[in-house]
Design a binder for this molecule. Structure first.
Ligand SMILES: [Zn+2]
Length: 471
């Protein structure tokens, strides 16, 4: 059983049939008649093998199953408002052979509440333990134990990826000695499976494996991929799921004022930057509202790390293109003069007025709009009647995850810095955001609560989107 009938058919044709036909032990059991050996239903002389998609529950009805193999169970559709989810239906088919049946579930995990991770936790939790060549301590491999030398990072924060790939080592969690990559496959060959959950029912075996054990991917490869992926929106999520085999831990979370206050950098004040920081660009983003329009200016270096340089409000959206406003947006940072070169204005409150302001800004501003989809990053489209404009549509959920959970709560790179004298209004505009759990959907298990007066936070979010666009 896999996600769809189409996947089942193409896998059967591509992978399964050639192997069955090539296997000497199976050959005598194959049917003589090709009609009995189809892509999704194969009648061997000893049993019948059927491949089905999870979307086509009808395929399973009233058919007893002794051995169930379920693939990529976390990616099966969960839209089953009337019937029980496909996995439960399939498991129920095993009842006829209850005492002698077996189910085997496999998947890349997606979220903690998904079928594969909950089944892993409920079972024996076997992990492959590797003994340290120095101290003998047996341990499952963890990404946190990979280290690469700091000297491969230049002053702008960019990594020499080839150097990282070459010089990454695994460090024993007990004695901290470095295991060279050249020993990777020899060490892994000495490992053994050890259960991490002695209380598990004896008939529920579960196991976890990650790319750290892959014969095709070196530890250095993995470090390089991590550094590359963490720069792209959603990249870390992908790295956790597909390379570390871990669910992405978006717990219900709240952004507390303390977390925002901790971003203040004592080494600079409003309209300045810390010494030695030379930005590649200044961006200006604005969030128009009923009574006023909030705007902020950020300076960014190549890695995406950013510093809030200035912020404030204007009465009308149109003030954003007034000569006085623009003249005041020139900053002397270090020895050099900087002015904002790009920015986004939220068009949700008054689209026509925002389009007209953007059109008059000489390319400084583009209009933007948040989308309520639960996956993805951004896209752009033409605006009717404004030939020079591109409307940037971004996934609000992703932009908020990056800003509030990763950059603010977890202090993950690219770091965000606030001036030492950032005011209460600015701090408050970023706090109080809440990620809540939606128990009714596995594919969109979390959502952001709507809150009032978060205009400065929305500006900071738009700077993040502006950086996706600039990159
Ligand atoms: Zn050791």
């Amino acid at each position: 059983m896999t996600s769809t009938n189409e996947n089942a058919k193409s896998w059967s044709e591509r992978e399964l049939h050639p192997r069955l036909r090539a296997c000497r032990a199976l050959r005598p059991l194959l049917p003589d008649n090709d009609d009995d050996f189809r892509k999704t239903e194969m009648h061997f002389s000893t049993c019948t093998l059927k491949l089905v998609g999870a979307c086509s529950e009808g395929n399973l009805a009233s058919r007893p199953i002794r051995y169930l193999f379920a693939d990529e169970v976390d990616k099966w559709p969960d839209d089953s408002s009337l019937e029980a989810p496909a996995l439960e239906l399939a498991m129920a088919r095993l009842n006829f052979y209850r005492k002698i049946s077996k189910a085997c579930l496999a998947s890349t995990p997606t979220v903690e509440a998904g079928a594969i991770w909950t089944n892993y936790l409920a079972g024996s939790q076997h992990r492959f333990h590797i003994p340290c060549p120095e101290c003998g301590h047996a341990q499952p491999l963890r990404f946190e134990q990979l280290r690469w030398p700091e000297h491969h990072r230049d002053l702008a924060g960019m990594w020499d990826l080839a150097g990282v790939e070459r010089d990454t080592h695994y460090h024993c969690e007990s004695c901290e000695v470095a295991w060279p990559q050249s020993l990777q496959s020899d060490l892994i060959r000495r490992g053994q499976w050890i259960s991490g959950n002695p209380k598990a029912p004896a008939d529920h075996i579960s196991a976890h494996i990650s790319a750290l054990y892959s014969p095709q991917i070196s530890w250095g490869d993995l470090a390089r991929m991590f550094l590359q992926k963490k720069e792209s929106p959603g990249g870390l999520h992908d790295f956790y799921n597909n390379f570390l085999g871990l669910p992405w831990e978006n717990r219900a979370a709240q952004v507390k004022e303390d977390a925002i206050l901790a971003l203040r950098d004592p080494s600079y004040r409003i309209a300045q930057l810390p010494p030695d920081i030379e930005p590649v660009i200044l961006t200006l983003c604005a969030d128009p509202g009923e009574r006023s329009t909030h705007w902020t200016v950020e300076a960014r270096i190549q890695t995406g790390e950013s510093w809030v340089v200035d912020y404030g409000t204007v009465l009308a959206i149109e003030d954003l293109v007034s000569p006085e406003f623009l003249a005041a947006r020139t900053y002397f940072l270090g020895e050099k003069k900087f002015t904002p070169r790009f920015g986004l204005i939220d068009s949700g409150w008054s689209a026509e007025r925002v389009y007209s302001v953007c059109a008059r800004s000489g390319g400084l501003y583009q209009p933007s709009k948040g989308s309520t989809a639960s996956f993805g990053t951004w896209s752009q489209s033409a605006v009717n009647g404004y030939p020079g404009l591109r409307l940037v549509t971004y996934i609000d959920h992703t932009a908020k995850l990056e800003l509030y959970l990763e950059r603010i709560n977890k202090k993950m790179p690219p770091l965000l810095h606030l001036p030492a004298d950032a005011g209460q209004d600015f701090i408050r505009g970023h706090s109080g955001q809440q990620l809540l759990q939606n128990k009714h959907s596995r594919l969109a298990p979390f959502y952001w609560k709507k809150i009032a007066e978060d205009h400065y936070g929305d500006c900071t979010k738009l700077h993040g989107v502006a950086w996706w666009v600039l990159k």
